[in-house]
Design a protein around this ligand. Structure first.
Ligand SMILES: [Zn+2]
Length: 270
């Protein structure tokens, strides 16, 4: 493995000047550069978003957050808008309603949207971090063979952020995000009194509906019944699952993830 520095640009709508400046010319990576995939998996509130954000800054990987892709879609949708996948129409307003109630959106639609995005990322020769996908067995069965083919199984890492049920409920009921960039603000003693995002100064808000106690109960049940069984699927696929204790401080969790990813990732650090 050559010591090439990965400089994948973030593609998100949140255009960030710093990432533009650091956009590297990947065309001269003479084919030795391996595109990687990190799948971060774990219950709501395990800090997937925070860790993905940190890792994407560290490695310059594309941060593919399923929740963001869906929320963008919901926000931009015209009234009555639908998307047709495999001959079936999915109405965006109906999907947004499921989302607000904490129920997983139609898995065919989510898979279609995420796969399309991955195709773009892959064709731009970027590595990616995924949070929120795959979230159902169907999605995994559609996405994993595709990821294996495009990126190679040896380049896919699955990180499992473990959190106790009690911590999961506590964190979700106290969760806030910033209005501007949706930076997740974990509930800690230090953060409890914060009213503005430390990174961009925008107001801290609760996600409408999604983080209410009733919705959290639904989300946890959905996670346990529909998402957690994917661990077995990943194992059957021969993927090693790297378990990380997500109940620690963000910084410590990140350290453990970096250690779990191994020295191969040193080449990607900026
Ligand atoms: Zn922010």
């Amino acid at each position: 493995m050559p010591n090439c520095k990965c400089a994948n640009m973030k593609l998100s709508n949140n255009t960030n000047l710093e990432s533009q400046k650091k956009t590297a010319d990947l065309s001269n990576s003479n084919g030795n550069h391996k595109q990687k995939v990190i799948i971060i998996f774990g219950p709501p509130g395990s800090g997937k978003g925070s860790q993905a954000e940190l890792l994407s800054k560290k490695f310059y990987f594309y941060n593919l957050e399923t929740s963001k892709v869906l929320e963008e879609k919901f926000k931009k949708a015209r009234s009555g808008e639908s998307i047709e996948v495999d001959g079936k129409k999915y109405f965006i307003a109906e999907e947004a309603k499921l989302w607000r109630e904490g129920i997983l959106c139609s898995t065919t639609l989510v898979t279609y949207l995420i796969k399309t995005r991955i195709e773009d990322i892959h064709s731009m020769r970027k590595s990616l971090i995924m949070t929120g996908s795959p979230r159902t067995l169907y999605e995994a069965q559609q996405l994993m063979p595709y990821l294996n083919e495009k990126f190679g199984k040896e380049n896919i890492s699955v990180i499992f952020l473990e959190l106790t049920a009690k911590q999961t409920v506590f964190r979700n009921t106290n969760r806030r995000i910033c209005e501007l960039m949706r930076h997740p603000i974990l509930y800690t003693k230090e953060n409890a009194l914060l009213t503005r995002c430390p990174l961009d100064g925008s107001k801290l808000v609760r996600r409408k509906g999604l983080d209410s106690p009733e919705t959290i109960k639904v989300r946890l049940k959905e996670y346990e019944q529909r998402t957690l069984p994917l661990l077995t699927y990943f194992k059957e696929q021969g993927l090693e699952i790297k378990k990380i204790n997500a109940g620690q401080l963000v910084e410590k969790v990140l350290k453990d993830i970096l250690k779990a990813l191994g020295k191969d990732y040193k080449n990607y650090e900026l």
